[in-house]
Each structure stands twice: as structure tokens, then as C-alpha cells.
Design a binder for this molecule. Structure first.
Ligand code: 6PG
Length: 250
């Protein structure tokens, strides 16, 4: 059972300030102890919430050269396509920090969904072997230092959707989906064993449109099936970052 905290902020801006402090504290801790700090990004509105890290004191003080950045999921589109999670993160965040290009692990956009998932899993395996990514002693799955997750209004996280058989995948590290209910339909995604091996997960949720599902996940809301977001249970610590609109039904 993970250590779970729920933090509610007055606005998305205040949430972003707190997320920056949280990420910065973890960056300092891991960079002091290790030669790498492994950070996993999501698509969607999450990137916008990271914008405070681009401001002082963070932009000038974080050890960006030790950051290694990954994606929890990606859409099977070219990297310069408007639906690409890589492009979103590059334009909004990565192009503005002094991170070595070789430490940014984009999903290969020249491959099919199957090929890209296999290729990303191989890449992660190499980085585990070389000690850049840690390993969960309990499960043997890769253990990322910080995973930043968004949540859809249906309760999906990464590209793991309610009622889809992929939520039960327990062997692969990275897999693909060709019938995603959220467009575009073809995506690759980390599986739950990888998500849940994480040392820290920040679940960042804002806006009134998510209040119902936040209530289901954290309050006394009723649902007939377990939502993917309710399956997020890391070995380490889970922190929900909610704005007051997303938390309005709690
Ligand atoms: C994706 C994302 C996805 C996202 C949620 C929340 O590629 O679609 O990684 O899992 O994080 O859908 O997105 P919003 O914050 O934009 O609602």
C-alpha cells in the first residue's frame, strides 16, 4: 500500500508553484545521491503545470545535466506532429532547460506501434543495465525516481483506459494500444507494473471537468469497475496535486 497524500490548491498557478518545489526537492535529493535523476512525463495539460521550473531559482539551480527524461505514453505520430507528446514537452519545457539531448528518451517515431513499444522497452532495459534507471527489488521492474501523471475525465492514466485489457498487462514494461478511446487511436504506454514500481508519483489534476472522477477515486463516489487511476499504487509515495475545482466534489 503506497503512502498517499492529497494536496489541494486555490488555483492551477499555485498548484504549479508547489509542483515545482516538490520536483526541485526530489531533483536535489536524487542528484546528491546518484549520477542520474529519472523523470517520466505524460502528455496533456501536465506540461503546462511544469512551467514554474523554468523560472528562478529552479532554472539556475537544478542539476539539469543529471536529468533523464522519459514518457509514460506517446501517440504513434511523427515527433513534429501536433498530437506528439514529445513535441508538447519539447516546446513547453525541454527546449527551455539545459538538459543534454542524449538524456531525452523520445519514443521512436519511425516505427509501428508494436515496433516502437518493443524499441522503448529495449532502451529502458539498457538504461537499467547501465544503472541510469534503478530497479525495484520487489518486482524487478524499472523504478523511476519521479513519474508525473495526468488523469483523463474517464479516469485513465498514461494510455491505460477503463475497461481495456491492457490495464491487466503484468509482464511487459511497454506496450501498445490501437483502439484508444482518446484520439489518436494508436499509442504506446508504460504498463501498471512499471508505473507502480516508481519511487514517487505526482498525479496532477485540474479543472471542474475532472471533479466527478476525482470524487470517485478519492471520495465516496460509487463505480462498478475499478478505474485505472485507482490502480496507481506506487512502491514509494503517491501525491495528488489538485486545484480546488478538481477537488470541488470531495
Ligand atoms: C496522453 C496523456 C494522457 C493524459 C491524460 C490527461 O497522451 O493523452 O499522457 O494520459 O495525461 O489524458 O490529459 P489532460 O490533462 O490534458 O486532461
Amino acid at each position: 500500500m503506497s503512502d498517499k497524500k492529497v494536496q489541494v490548491y486555490d488555483s492551477e498557478d499555485v498548484l504549479a508553484v508547489s509542483l515545482a518545489k516538490y520536483t526541485s526537492n526530489l531533483s536535489q535529493k536524487f542528484c546528491k545521491e546518484r549520477t542520474s535523476f529519472t523523470v517520466v512525463l505524460s502528455g496533456g495539460s501536465l506540461i503546462k503545470s511544469l512551467r514554474k521550473l523554468l523560472e528562478p531559482p529552479y532554472i539556475d539551480s537544478l542539476e539539469w545535466s543529471k536529468w533523464h527524461v522519459f514518457w509514460v505514453d506517446e501517440r504513434v505520430v511523427p515527433k513534429d506532429h501536433r498530437d506528439s507528446n514529445y513535441l508538447l514537452a519539447f516546446d513547453g519545457f525541454l527546449s527551455k532547460i539545459p538538459i543534454p539531448t542524449g538524456n531525452v528518451y523520445a519514443i521512436n517515431d519511425a516505427l509501428s506501434a508494436e515496433g516502437a513499444a518493443e524499441d522503448y522497452e529495449t532502451c529502458i532495459k539498457h538504461l537499467v543495465s547501465s544503472g541510469i534507471i534503478a530497479t525495484s527489488e520487489a518486482t524487478g521492474f524499472p523504478k523511476f525516481d519521479l513519474m508525473l501523471l495526468g488523469m483523463g475525465p474517464d479516469g485513465h492514466v498514461a494510455s491505460l483506459f477503463p475497461g481495456h485489457p491492457l490495464v491487466k498487462e503484468d509482464k511487459k514494461w511497454v506496450t501498445f494500444i490501437k483502439d484508444s478511446p482518446k484520439p489518436p487511436p494508436e499509442r504506446i504506454t508504460f504498463t501498471f507494473p512499471v508505473i507502480n514500481a516508481s519511487e514517487h508519483i505526482a498525479l496532477v489534476v485540474a479543472g471542474a471537468g475532472k471533479a466527478g472522477v476525482v470524487h470517485t477515486a478519492l471520495g465516496d463516489g460509487q463505480n462498478s469497475e475499478v478505474l485505472p487511476v485507482q490502480m496507481v499504487s506506487p512502491e514509494g509515495e503517491l501525491t495528488w496535486f489538485l486545484d480546488k475545482e478538481a477537488a470541488s466534489k470531495l
